[in-house]
Design a protein around this ligand. Structure first.
Ligand SMILES: [Zn+2]
Length: 511
């Protein structure tokens, strides 16, 4: 008889310092129940992230199975989730999972850095509920973003844990595929143990890249080490997954910290390899300190970029990353470029629904004063205005071309490309990080011809813009914002202290 597999998920990265996320924010991305989950998972261009489509495709390939789709909520990174919505979501999940009757296995699509107004561990809350409903003997496998902060409940309630291994996250689909393979093995009778060891290190976002990035290698080295060691004695054939979770500092939870998580058929092996990785992480602790370029230095670089043999540059606005809860509308970098008279720059994507709506009412070719942040004013999102020409309007829906959104349907909302005295600014209405070249190309803009490209993204733009910019053309600029990698700018309330890189004297006791 084909196995009945429950499918569910809750995926949001929450910045404690950002505004509350509501049901509307989930509905704008992915808020699905029952069969609608399968429809999107099997769509040519899904709205959901790629783990579940990868899982479903792998299960389909492996043979007959019966999906039991329950509930899936995904939203763009934001502040803590409104508690009323979360209560309704888990009540619905509980009702549907109980009504579905006995299942043979469960796949949970998680992020791990979720917060609810009165719950710092919504993933643990959901998995505890799921375990309670399905009972102790039904295997549960979960995938997590490597920015997840891992609590005891995240681990103790499941049988297999899979974290992303790439940042930018190019392996979401592969992790879903791996989850299908692991769950299939568990359904055949394999029993597992999961070990977790957390370090007093809260890595700033920009120190957590993977791949061939010489300046940001400490984290990538740990990922690579875990993958190499699991294929060697005594772990070969015993360890089923190694995940090194960097976590998300801005969630500000008591269980923040770089965490090694190992799933194995042998408890001692799981513990042994987790300890090896924790020690390797601790040995690298002095390297988890960010190094950014000051705004004046960035503007000086912009003056010569793309001239006289100097390469074009991409400026990463790392402190206003919508992919970390930033609002995508701070003006520090745009204002500095504009007042310096820089031309040939592309800036995007700025989230400003009021400005986009005004441009749509005026029409292409119109000249007006572009007034940014007339509504969304905060300590970081300050007003700015400049004379502008409306170059191109766009209704919003695009299909991702390259990077983390490749193949996904993304709706930017009513959008516009504006010319501000030689700087082209793309303004959108649905907050999203600028991770895909299509966010410029949809407006007929030529990225290769730009001298400077300023992106509202911390690091995922690297997976989309790497065909235009090599690593040494990327400048991470220091501006104020909700996602500044300079962690001493924030009033932490819940992080374990002392902790690297915030405190001078941090000790780790491996026992
Ligand atoms: Zn992430």
């Amino acid at each position: 008889m084909s196995k009945r597999i429950a499918l569910l998920g809750f995926s949001i990265e929450c910045n404690r310092f950002a505004p509350v996320a509501t049901e509307h924010d989930f509905a704008a991305k992915t808020l699905l129940h029952g069969s609608a989950i399968m429809d999107d998972a099997r769509a040519a261009a899904p709205r959901m992230l790629a783990e579940l489509p990868g899982f479903v495709a792998a299960m389909d390939t492996a043979g007959p199975w019966t999906p039991v789709p329950i509930a899936l909520a995904m939203a763009e990174p934001n502040g803590p989730v409104e508690s009323g919505f979360f209560r309704r979501f888990i009540a619905d999940l509980q009702t549907r999972l109980a009504a579905a009757g006995p299942v043979d296995g469960v796949y949970c699509v998680m992020h791990g850095a979720g917060l609810v107004e009165h719950d710092d561990d919504p993933e643990g809350t959901i998995q505890t509920l799921v375990r309670h409903i399905v009972g102790p003997n039904v295997p549960i496998v979960a995938t997590y973003d490597l920015h997840g902060n891992i609590s005891d409940a995240d681990i103790d309630t499941i049988d297999g844990f899979i974290g992303y291994r790439t940042n930018p996250h190019m392996d979401m689909r592969a992790c879903g595929t791996e989850a299908a393979h692991l769950l299939t093995r568990l359904l055949a009778g394999t029993k597992t143990h999961i070990a977790k060891i957390r370090l007093p290190i809260v890595p700033p976002t920009v120190t957590m890249l993977t791949g061939l990035d010489a300046h940001h290698r400490p984290y990538g080295e740990l990922i690579d080490l875990g993958q190499a060691r699991m294929r060697e004695a005594p772990y070969d054939g015993v360890v089923l997954n190694v995940s090194v979770m960097g976590g998300f500092a801005f969630a500000d939870t008591p269980f923040n910290g770089l965490t090694a998580v190992v799933t194995a058929t042998d408890a001692a092996a799981a513990r042994g390899l987790a300890m090896e990785l924790a020690q390797a992480g601790w040995d690298r602790r002095t390297r988890f300190h960010p190094s950014l370029t000051s705004l004046p230095d960035a503007i000086a670089l912009a003056r010569s970029a793309g001239h006289a043999g100097k390469p074009a540059l991409v400026f990463a606005d790392v402190a206003d990353n919508p992919g970390g809860g930033g609002r995508g509308n701070t003006m520090f970098l745009l204002e500095a470029l504009h007042s310096a008279g820089i031309t040939g720059a592309l800036v995007g994507v700025i989230n400003d629904p009021e400005l986009a709506a005004e441009a749509h009412s005026l029409g292409e070719g119109a000249r007006f004063t572009a007034r940014f942040n007339r509504v969304s004013v905060s300590a970081f999102s300050k007003p700015f205005h400049a004379p502008a020409i409306i170059r191109r309007l766009h209704p919003g829906p695009v299909t991702g071309r390259r990077g983390i959104f490749a193949g996904n349907r993304v709706d930017l909302g009513p959008s516009v490309a504006l010319d501000l005295d030689g700087i082209t600014v793309v303004v959108i209405s649905n907050r999203v990080q600028c991770a895909d070249p299509v966010f410029f190309e949809a407006f007929g803009l030529d990225i290769a011809a730009a001298r400077v490209v300023h992106v509202k993204s911390r690091g995922h733009f690297r997976g989309g813009f790497d065909e235009f910019f090599a690593h040494d053309q990327v400048i991470e600029v220091d501006t104020p914002g909700l996602t500044s990698p300079l962690l001493h700018h924030f009033a932490w309330q819940h992080l374990p202290r002392p902790v690297v890189p915030l405190d001078p004297h941090v000790v780790w006791n491996p026992s």
